[in-house]
Design a protein around this ligand. Structure first.
Ligand code: ZN
Length: 415
């Protein structure tokens, strides 16, 4: 989790509630506002962040430490900004990202290079009912950052519990005694305010994996032998904890997390490509796998979620991982084997297609789980494949076939 491994995730800061009373937004089913423009101006002492919204909405602004960020929470704003907005920064701002943080709740996460305080936050009317939201950030020293006026504020994670039980098929598929169909959970990585990796042609990982996940849902449903559920079906952020909770609430028999990552090192971009299937292990199979897990595990921090649970539950999780039944680990490996066997027919495999590392989303005691990196968005050819509907369908068919084979073998073993 990068810097979040410290004792405490200090998330003290100064937060301001901005509301434009004169423009109180009427309750509507559609997005409360549309963000049409954003910009950064200033220097390392003082930096202004500006965003134009189609109408005034209540915006909550606060800072988080570790790493230093400024968070803007607002109702379900739809962001119609160029895809590259926020990729680079200026002054105190290194980058920013935006998207849904939960159903009907949008968020902007601004990464800052130094601790900052919010010196000014205003919303001014523009023509046609639009408003300009302006934040002025000033550099402060780290000591002062913690002494902000805002009470320590928890950036509460959105919870799925409201809708979890109702739609969850109860029961587990065990040795064929239970007539219920096996439950397969498809987990498209990232989403909403966490875009994942961005490819050279501005392709977002969150969009690619959701598209493949939808194809996979269709292919698995065609087999007519599984109950299939997805951790997200739209462009919304889902925390890693919620993904785990989703799987456990449904007593999933199989958990497939889909990703499409990238490598940063330009020297290896051309030759690093192809699909890789990851299983859980405390010790990573290699350095690249370890880094990949670290990157994927930072998804919550990227979305501006201060992860208390890592500190509070870290110990418990570590014990849990020891208790993961050998059986579950073996089944995960069996799934990885059948996936690699099938994927090599439709997708190019990476140089070492079966790896393992401590992916948080795979820490499931009773559910065989794998994380599939479908390819590398950093590689031009992989990016092209990942955006091709034909390729996506082919890969989804292969994964569905592999899941079928996995359950056939499992059932055969149980007899
Ligand atoms: Zn990813």
């Amino acid at each position: 989790m990068g810097g979040v491994s410290n004792r405490f995730v200090a998330l003290i800061g100064f937060f301001v509630l901005l509301a434009v009373s004169a423009l109180a937004a009427p309750v509507r089913a559609q997005p409360a506002a549309v963000a049409t423009d954003s910009s950064i101006a200033g220097d390392k002492e003082r930096t202004d962040f500006t965003m134009t919204l189609s109408t005034g909405v209540a915006v909550e602004v606060f800072t988080l430490a570790n790493p230093y960020r400024v968070i803007l929470d607002m109702p379900d704003v739809s962001f119609e900004l160029p895809k590259t907005s926020g990729q680079s920064g200026k002054g105190l701002i290194s980058a920013y990202r935006y998207g849904l943080f939960a159903a009907r709740k949008a968020r902007v996460v601004i990464d800052t290079v130094l601790p900052v305080s919010i010196d000014r936050a205003v919303m001014t009317p523009e023509s046609g009912g639009a408003v300009k939201l302006q934040l002025s950030l000033v550099a402060i020293d780290a000591g002062k950052f913690g002494a902000g006026t805002g009470a320590s504020r928890t950036s509460k994670r959105p919870t799925l519990s409201a809708r979890k039980a109702a739609e969850s098929p109860p029961g587990k598929y065990e040795n064929g005694r239970d007539r219920r169909r096996p439950v397969v959970v498809i987990d498209p990585g990232h989403g909403g305010v966490d875009p994942g990796t961005l490819g050279p042609s501005n392709v977002y990982e969150k969009d690619v994996v959701l598209a493949v996940a939808k194809e996979l849902l269709e292919e698995l449903n065609k087999l007519d032998r599984f109950d299939v559920a997805m951790t997200r079906t739209e462009d919304v952020f889902v925390s890693l904890d919620d993904r785990l909770e989703f799987s456990s609430t449904r007593t999933a028999d199989l958990f497939l997390s889909l990703h499409a990552d990238a490598i940063a090192d330009k020297r290896y971009v051309a030759q690093t490509r192809g699909a890789t299937v990851y299983t859980l292990s405390d010790r990573a199979s290699d350095e690249a796998a370890r880094r990949m897990a670290e990157k994927e595990n930072s998804a919550d921090a990227i979305a501006g979620l201060a992860s208390f649970t890592d500190e509070a539950e870290g110990g418990v999780r570590d014990i849990l991982i020891d208790l993961v039944k050998r059986e579950t680990a073996n089944f995960s490996m069996a799934l990885s084997n059948s996936l690699v066997g099938r994927l090599k027919e439709s997708a190019r495999l990476s140089s070492k297609p079966q790896r393992s590392a401590a992916f948080k989303v795979l820490r499931q005691t009773g559910t065989p789980s794998v994380l599939v990196e479908l390819g590398y968005l950093s590689n031009k050819e992989d990016e092209k494949r990942l955006t091709s509907p034909d390729w996506r369908r082919k890969v989804a068919k292969s994964i569905a076939a592999a899941v079928g084979i996995y359950f056939d073998r499992r059932t055969a073993l149980a007899r």
